[in-house]
Design a binder for this molecule. Structure first.
Ligand code: PGA
Length: 255
């Protein structure tokens, strides 16, 4: 059965102290809670990862993810952080192909395929992001675009490889804009993604992959989005920085 997941993408926010406070608030809320909850993944900036791993290590509900990694393993790549480094400090997930990486850092298909390989080779689970811009949606080309993003970065993998991926559908027009996809729009695209994977790898493989929705998820809309048949939780930006709101979103992902 595929896993329900709520991941917080903190992006380039929070001082070290603030990051520790946010994580501590979440840990104390969910520590003794015994109702079913989704997997909670915290994705802070690189400098805080090691301490986040330490802080969360006794609470199996929580895992830690990075927001990016290099396609290279080691070497003369000043300023880069590699998958083996992340693995060596206990990080379990890595966001790849986020629209901000695509837009501001020119990351596209072939490079993302290499990053996916680097992550998997180091037992990191990629949270692979895909999603269309507003222009593409207005043109009604969103399905083709998202299918090609998935294809370019993931379809070189064998079935055992793609089974290890978490996909996040994040329409670019919904990220940080307060404009969320409707539950119907999210469900439609998630079904398109799953069907595309089923066409290449078979239904059983497609059914085993968690597909998260991202883009202005908040405490008010999370329940409806997460209730969709093909939506397995969320990748949350802005609202994951506010402990009370993120707690509500996590609760919306339980069932
Ligand atoms: P947002 O960001 O929730 O602030 O829209 C989501 C994301 O970029 O992952």
């Amino acid at each position: 059965m595929r896993q329900k997941i709520v991941a917080g993408n903190w992006k380039m926010n929070k001082t070290y102290e603030e990051a520790l406070q946010l994580a501590s608030a979440l840990l104390s809320t969910f520590e003794q809670h015994d109702t079913p909850l989704p997997k909670i993944i915290l994705c802070p900036p690189f400098p805080y990862l090691a301490d986040m791993v330490n802080l969360t290590k006794n609470n199996s509900r929580f895992s830690v993810g990075a927001q990016n990694c290099s396609e290279h393993q080691w070497g003369a790549y000043t300023g880069e952080v590699s998958a083996p480094m992340l693995k060596s400090i206990g990080v379990k997930y890595v966001i790849l192909g986020h629209s901000e990486r695509r837009q501001y850092f020119g990351e596209e298909g072939p490079l993302l395929a290499q990053k996916v390989d680097a992550a998997l080779a180091n037992n990191l689970t990629p949270i692979f992001c895909c999603g269309e811009s507003l222009i593409v949606r207005e043109d009604n080309k969103q399905n083709d675009l998202v299918k090609s993003q998935v294809e370019e970065a993931l379809f070189h993998l064998p079935a055992e490889g793609i089974k290890k991926i978490v996909i996040a559908y994040e329409p670019v027009w919904a990220i940080g804009t307060g404009k969320t996809a409707t539950a119907q729009q999210a469900q439609e695209m998630h079904a398109v993604i799953r069907k595309h994977i089923a066409g290449r790898y078979g239904k059983e493989t497609a059914e085993s992959i968690s597909v998260l929705y991202g883009g202005s998820v908040n405490a008010a809309n999370a329940k409806e989005l997460f209730a969709c048949a093909d939506v397995d939780g969320g990748l949350v930006g802005g609202a994951s920085l506010k402990p009370n709101e993120f707690v509500e979103i996590i609760r919306a992902g339980s069932n």
